[in-house]
Every structure is written in structure tokens, then in C-alpha cells.
Design a protein. Structure first.
Ligand code: TYM
Length: 418
């Protein structure tokens, strides 16, 4: 891999050369021909995420569309590693997944790899990871997915269903492959070595459930591709279709470099951010401006390195003409950074305000989305134990399973798509 950047599921840093990444990872670029076909198939304008090449790479998308045109519907599969609150970067692949669900009338399997995050983050307890599963699920639901066509599951809560498939995968992945793909070394805990097997399982679950091969499409940012390279290698050995994938680039952090990431909270906008805090973060962002207003008027700014411009590009200016005008005005020194920041801050705050409302409303809908087949937490709640501990667990899980202390706890076992 290029010396200047790193892209793995657990570390994204440096200035990413996406063209190089396509070569390194061996994926395919989304080219004009594919976009034309997409347009014909959907009978609609391309979404901005495709027009602007935010989704830029794929695996077997042409094959998936062939199957679709031959009458085989596909299932969508995506996910989240719940180690903290959701940020705007996470929303990008999920918003696109929502578009795909609507356009192709596709069911969605949404995996919360709370097991992965528990294993990966030394200071994250299992309970915390599970409570973030719940918190992050609210963000997913807030995006408007169809409850009749969407299952959200936590690995820790759906392990009975996933385990057998994960075992089939694990049996066929050697340590040497895991080490080569992920760079594991002697200090890696053994749980992490197994985790790709669990992330592979939902790619085969639709086929297991249907008793026949079902095509699956996995929208994701490109950092997740190493997992699915392994999944795809294994698929034919298990008699399944290889899952197709569509990859997006990373929403950068507000500091202008690297991806938006939980490791840099001051330059990351979380969906739960207080609106004033979010505004402040935008106003403190790195821009492509000059040292003085005079100089900027004379020489113009540099949108290509400006975090603020990137935010318009990725999420907050969907009108191409207006985006082009903003870029031109900047380059010609006709608009100053302060103005651009203020406008973006207003848009971000408006977005968050609406999202937070929908997020709150999602608390009443969680049960319609989450599927579970096992629960240590529920079990624990049933056993008499330390009252404080029970109260703490109840607080975390109250809305999640909507039970009251002492009540019979029922967990939805499975869910049939209508
Ligand atoms: P996680 O929680 O790291 O990220 C969730 C999803 O968000 C993408 N992503 C981003 N996209 C754009 N800009 C960013 N700055 C940014 N940061 C993260 C990730 O690529 C991912 O699509 N192990 C996974 C969870 C998972 C999963 C999946 C993801 C399980 N099954 C299937 C994709 C597809 C994880 O920890 O994702």
C-alpha cells in the first residue's frame, strides 16, 4: 500500500489516493457505462452520491444488475461498529442504502458489530457497546428505512442465528490470510482474528433463510472492503453467491485532513451534538482561505483543500449549479470564509435539529426493527442481583426492549419480511 495513507477497517489516515486504492484493493471503478445503465434501470436522475463519485468503486455490481434484470431481487446488507455515537460520516453509506432500498424495493440486513468493538477497544465494556447498538440504531431508523423490510441486529444479541454461518466461514480462513489482510500481529487478541467470520455471516444469511441463493449488495465506505474480500473468497466454497459491494469515499474531518472519526471529537459532528456545539465546530473548521481578507479578495481561496467546501460537496449542497457557483466565487475571491462557514453552520444545525427529532421518535419504533435471538442482558435482568446494577441495566435497555422491572420479558425471535 502507498506510504502516504493507510486504509484498514480500524485505521484510516493520510491523504487518500482513491485511484490507487482501487488498484491496491483490486476493486473496479464505477464508470460512465455503469452509471448510464443505472440511470436506465432506475428510470431516474442519478443521485448526487453517484453523480459526484462519492460512491466510486464496486465489486460485481454489473453482475448484480444482470441478476436484477433477470428477475432476481437482491438484499442489502450494511452495518455499524457501535463504539460511540453516530457521526455524519457514518450517515453517508446509510443514506445511500436508504436510497437503494427505495429504488430497488430491497430488504436490508443491518449488523451492529458490538462484539467487534468490544474486542477492539480496550476500555469499552460489553454493556457500553450494547447500549451504543441501541443509540446507533436510533440514527438508522431516523433515516426512514421501511420497518417491514429492515432487520437491525446486534452480534451479541443475534449470535445464535449468525454463529453457524460464521463457523462455516471461520473453518475456511487461515490465520495467515487474516494476518495478510488485516496486518494482525502477535499482540492481536484472538477474538479479532475471528471477527471477519461474523461480519461475513449476514452476507449469507438471506440465502440460508430463503434456502436458495440470494444476491446481496453491501454498501460501505472502502475501509470495510478487506473484510468482504475474505467473505467473497469463501462464498463459492460454501456454495453461495459472492456478495457484491459498492464503496464510498470518506467524509473528511472538519480539520480538513483524514476522515471524520471518533478519535477527533472536536472536528467530528455527531448526530447527538448539542446544536450550539455543532455550530461552533463548523465555525472552527479548516478552510482553504488566505491569511487576510485583502489577500483572499486578490488571490481567491482554494476549495479543493477546504473542509467547509467538502461538506457542501458531500452532504449540504445537492444543487450542482449552486455548488459550482460557490466554488467559482471562492476561487475568484468573491466570497469570504466567514460567510461560507456561517451558511454551512446554519444548514448543519437545521439538519441536526430535524434528525434529532426523528431520532427521538425512533425510540418508539425500535421494536419494529430489531431482531434478537438471545440476550445476556435480558437474562441478567431476570435473575435477582445487585439492585443498583439492575437499575443501571434497566436504564440502558428500557426503551430497547420496553420492559418494566418484574415484567415477563419477551424478545422478538425472528421476523418475516412481508
Ligand atoms: P463503522 O462503525 O466503522 O462504520 C459504519 C459505516 O460508516 C462508514 N464510515 C464512513 N463513511 C464515510 N465517511 C466516513 N468518515 C466514515 N467513517 C465510517 C464505514 O465504512 C461503514 O460502512 N465493522 C463495521 C460494521 C459493519 C459493516 C457491515 C459496515 C458490519 N457489517 C457491512 C459495512 C457493511 C464497522 O465497524 O463500521
Amino acid at each position: 500500500m502507498n506510504q502516504d495513507f493507510t486504509v484498514t477497517p480500524w485505521d484510516v489516515s493520510g491523504t487518500i489516493d482513491y485511484k490507487k486504492l482501487i488498484e491496491d484493493f483490486g476493486t473496479e471503478p464505477i464508470d460512465g457505462e455503469l452509471l448510464d445503465r443505472w440511470k436506465r434501470l432506475t428510470g431516474d436522475d442519478l443521485p448526487m452520491a453517484l453523480q459526484r463519485k462519492v460512491f466510486f468503486s464496486h465489486r460485481d455490481l454489473k453482475w448484480l444488475l444482470d441478476r436484477y434484470e433477470a428477475g432476481e431481487k437482491f438484499v442489502l446488507y450494511t452495518g455499524r461498529g457501535p463504539s460511540g455515537h453516530t457521526h455524519l460520516g457514518h450517515l453517508m453509506p446509510w443514506m445511500f442504502t436508504k436510497y437503494l432500498q427505495d429504488k430497488f424495493d430491497a430488504p436490508l440486513y443491518f449488523q451492529m458489530t458490538d462484539d467487534e468493538k468490544f474486542l477492539f477497544k480496550q476500555d469499552l465494556s460489553m454493556k457500553e457497546a450494547m447500549s451504543y447498538t441501541y443509540e446507533n440504531a436510533l440514527d438508522v431508523i431516523a433515516l426512514g428505512f421501511d420497518p417491514k423490510k429492515t432487520k437491525i441486529f446486534s452480534d451479541l444479541e443475534y449470535s445464535k442465528t449468525l454463529y453457524r454461518i460464521a463457523m462455516e466461514v471461520a473453518k475456511r480462513v487461515t490465520f495467515s490470510t487474516a494476518r495478510a489482510v488485516f496486518g494482525f500481529d502477535n499482540s492481536t487478541n484472538i477474538g479479532m482474528i475471528f471477527i471477519t467470520s461474523f461480519q461475513s455471516a449476514p452476507a449469507f444469511l438471506p440465502s440460508v433463510e430463503a434456502g436458495k441463493n440470494i444476491p446481496v449488495l453491501i454498501p460501505q465506505a472502502i475501509d470495510q472492503d478487506p473484510h468482504f474480500r475474505v467473505t467473497r473468497d469463501i462464498a463459492p466454497k460454501l456454495g453461495y453467491y459472492k456478495p457484491a459491494a459498492i464503496h464510498c469515499t470518506f467524509l473528511p474531518s472538519l480539520s480538513g485532513s483524514d476522515k471524520m472519526s471518533a478519535s477527533k471529537p472536536e472536528s467530528t459532528i455527531y448526530t447527538v451534538d448539542d446544536l450550539k456545539v455543532a455550530r461552533k465546530k463548523v465555525l472552527s473548521a479548516f478552510t482553504g482561505g488566505r491569511v487576510s481578507v485583502e489577500e483572499q479578495k486578490k488571490l481567491g481561496g482554494t476549495p479543493s483543500v477546504c473542509a467547509i467546501f467538502q461538506y457542501y460537496y458531500y452532504l449540504f449542497e445537492m444543487d450542482q449549479e449552486k455548488l459550482d457557483q460557490r466554488e467559482q466565487k471562492c476561487v475568484r475571491g468573491e466570497i469570504m470564509c466567514g460567510e461560507c462557514k456561517q451558511e454551512l453552520a446554519d444548514r448543519v444545525v437545521k439538519f441536526l435539529e430535524k434528525h434529532q427529532e426523528k431520532r427521538e421518535a425512533a425510540r418508539d419504533k425500535v421494536q419494529d426493527f430489531i431482531v434478537s435471538d438471545y440476550s445476556a442482558v435480558y437474562d441478567k435482568l431476570k435473575r435477582p442481583q445487585d439492585k443498583k446494577e439492575v437499575a443501571k441495566l434497566m436504564k440502558t435497555m428500557k426503551e430497547y426492549c420496553s420492559v418494566k422491572e418484574g415484567e415477563q420479558i419477551s424478545v422478538r425471535k425472528s421476523k418475516e419480511f412481508k
